[in-house]
Design a binder for this molecule. Sequence first.
Ligand code: ADP
Length: 365
Amino acid sequence: RKKIAVMTSGGDSAGMNAVVRAVVRMSIHLDCDIFCVYEGYEGLVRGGNYIRQMGWEDVRGYLSEGGTLIGTARCMAFYERPGRLQAAKNMVLNGIDALIICGGDGSLTGADRFRSEWPSLIEELVSKGDFKQEQVEPYKHLNIVGLVGSIDNDLSGTDATIGAYSALSRICEMVDYIEATASSHSRAFVIEVMGRHCGWLALMAAVATGADFLFIPEKPREDNWREEMCKVIREHRNLGKRKTIVIIAEGALDKHGVKISPSMVKDLLADKDGLGLDTRITTLGHVQRGGSAVAYDRMLATLQGVEAVKAVLEATPETETCFIAITENKITRKPLMAAVKETKEVATLIEAQRFNEAMALRDTE
Ligand code: ADP
């Protein structure tokens, strides 16, 4: 019987549990043994009770749970060869040579590295005397398939990463709450959302809530951003708008690479000699990550989880490591490293152009 392991790694995202459920049940459906590695690569390096065989019932209720129930961690040991050697040993001890990983670009890079190193890791385990040659014979190759779990939607080559739409929905819900109170008091709010390198969440939230102004890392602001922002907001206020919403991604920059912070924006909006708006800052923080997955992420995680099991069973030593994508609404397999190397920058810039067009739709009360 084929033995497959599944793990979640790196930053958590809604939908990871749905991935685990789909992979566990599809593996059992296809007559394979399925193991969960707890705590990401940390569990793979530690072995023992961190690697557990799963049954059909063990993932009951996983679809609707937020976060990842099998845990995730950042693992320093896995960056070094001795850590990966220990991980390989634990896999062979459990008879596992097929691994499905749901994580961000870091986790997937680690996975690809592990796979390419695998034959030499096995050789080293034999030469150290951990295993006899005949014991490792069935485990000469490691097959890995990646699933992209990330709230940022920051991987090139897939339309959506698992968890991105859940985070976006949460942000929109929070902005709606803030809008009600902003409007009541005629206040301005500077809302900081997650996204150190990728502004997808900020951009889409701005489109979906009709925000007044937006800062994202992919579109560093020109030197005149202060005047530009104040002009737009003054226009909206003059048209009778009672609330002002500025959305700012964590990684917002000006064109000199200087961070544009929420307090800089707030001070400007509140400036008595300028707009003089009663302004507050709201940092949404980890509410963006938590909570249950929206329907889209559950669907994506389930369909991609099923495909990942099929892909890992069909992989051969010659095939490139793949990840499961969604492209134009179809679940597809794509080469992993090519996608990891690119960033979503270009795509986000094109979307940013669309945002400018969507700005024309803003309502003015
Ligand atoms: P994410 O997967 O969300 O991008 P990280 O970049 O923190 O998160 O990666 C998660 C884990 O993956 C790291 O803690 C480390 O164990 C492993 N990892 C990341 N990059 C590499 C790499 N280049 N080589 C080996 N392991 C890596």
